[in-house]
Each structure stands twice: as structure tokens, then as C-alpha cells.
Design a protein around this ligand. Sequence first.
Ligand SMILES: [Zn+2]
Length: 329
Amino acid sequence: MSFQAPLVGQERAVQFLRSAIANDKVGHAYLFSGPVGIGKLALAINFSRWLNCQYEVAADACGCESCRKITSGVHSDIKLIGEDRSVRSIKKADVMELRSWLILRPLEAKKKVAIVDVAERFTEEAANAFLKSLEEPPANVVLILLVHDTGRMLGTILSRTIEVVLRPVSSETIVAKLGPDKGPDEVLYVARRARGSVGAAQELLRVGAFEEKNAIISKAMMSGWACVFTPGAKKDVYKDVLDVAQGFFRDCILVMAGDTSLCYNQDRVCDIRHVVDWVPRSDLYKMIEVIDEALCGIEKNYNQRLSATRVAMIAEKIDARLMSVEQER
Ligand SMILES: [Zn+2]
């Protein structure tokens, strides 16, 4: 496994960690927090490199043996646990194994580093076992927890770690990073939908989210929005449709306000204008509200049925309005 994930737009966090190293004030335990795809793992890998580089300041392209091994994921003193994100929980046995690894002296590193990915997956027993390592940290060890929902972490863990918050970066920064290979509408769309996360934007590009959203919008304009919100669809599929619809109806509000420059769907302004011209403003606001509710419910794992019914109801209302316009013509 190699770690080539990009680290973009996190200058404050980088500065904070680098100066801790420069001033010999590196803590025993850190908690990197921020949304999925923002670059927490990339920052942790870079931090491990800076802590162990054979040179004074590890440059981004440093090719020293330590940096090279860490980047390629083969350094014996750097450990990542929880890397398989499809596994639902990190168990006590995983933490006990980590703890017996931590007490061994480093083989080649100045500082051993243990990184726990999506640490909110700790079971209660695992969290309590981990707490022991935080309370009695072995020498020359740095623990890094990567967390996107700090609300799910034990207070006792939060209070014993140094939190480094990774903030969303601007769409412009993401567009610049994604480069000129793709069309400008596509790059701008994924950058805005990724909401400040370079990793998420790259993933959206990779899975062809732009073509997918255009297929959804075209279907909605042709056969109605109610048709695209297929009830009983798989959660991920339904979430994608909601995300696309949220962008589209949010764009409607921008167009109503006379500002198309911030639209997600620069390539669909014509369709958006058509909807804005014929659908009452109150229905558009209501649509955004029920979509937000549904997305929030998915995030919290609530039963989707009720919110899906609400979305479908408003969608039908909007479809009926657009349909009556077609018939009048
Ligand atoms: Zn180096």
C-alpha cells in the first residue's frame, strides 16, 4: 500500500505541526478532525515523514530512505490501523495488538507513529483500551487519530489529544489542483459538490459524477423529478440522486437571485431557468428543505421511508406544475 494522497490547502495545520517539530514540542497524541476526503490521512503520513526524515526539513519530494519507506507504506515503525473502511468497528483485540507493538523500541525511526483511521469506529472496549495508551504513552511514540465526527469520540480521549482541525478549501483551490485535463464545467461541478475536500472531488471525477448528474437531470426534465427519486433504491444510489437534486434546486435559488456564477450546474442554466420560470418559489424552497432532511437522515442512519415520501410528494407537485405548462403550450 502506498500513500500518495494529496495534501492541499491545509497550510495552517501543516504550519502548526512543522513548528511543533522545529521547537521540539511534539505531543504524544493528536486528533486530526475534518470531513471525509479532506486529507487527514495525507497529513498524518506527511507528519510521520517530517518526524523521521533524515534531513532537517522533509521536503515534499524528499527521497531519503525514511521518507521513501513511509510513503510506500513499508516503514516498520509506522503503523496504520483501521485502513479497511468497510469494516464497521475497530475492536479491543486490534487495540491490544497495537499496544504490544507500541511498547517495542523503534527499529529505525526516531518516533514510532500509530495512525488510527476513522477512529470513531472504536468499540467502547477498544476506546477504553486505547485510553490506557494515551494515559501512559510509551516514549518516542506519536499516536494520531483520524476522525470526521468528533461527537462520536469519548470525551476522555478528546481531552487527552491535541486536536488539529482540517478546514474545507475553496473551490478555486480545488479547481487549480484538479488541473486542466477535464472540461471546466465538470471540474467546477465536482469542486463545488465536494464542499472543500480535494479527496472527495477527485473521487467524484473518478466515478464520473458529472455524467451521472447530467443523466439524472435529463431524466428529471424529460419524465419528471418523481421518476428519479426511485423508492427502495440502494442507499448510496438514493443519496447520489439527492445530492444532484440538492445542487439543482439550490441553483434555482441562485438564478432567482440573478446570480448564475455560483451555480453547481453551469452547463444546465437553461433547464434551471425553465424551472424557476414556472415553479412557485415556495415549492422550490420546500424541495430544498425536504432534500436536506433526507440527506441528514441518511447520514444519521434514520429510517428513510418518511423523508423519502416527503421528497416524492414535493417532486410530484413540481412535476405537475411543469407538466401543466407543457400542456398549455
Ligand atoms: Zn526525508
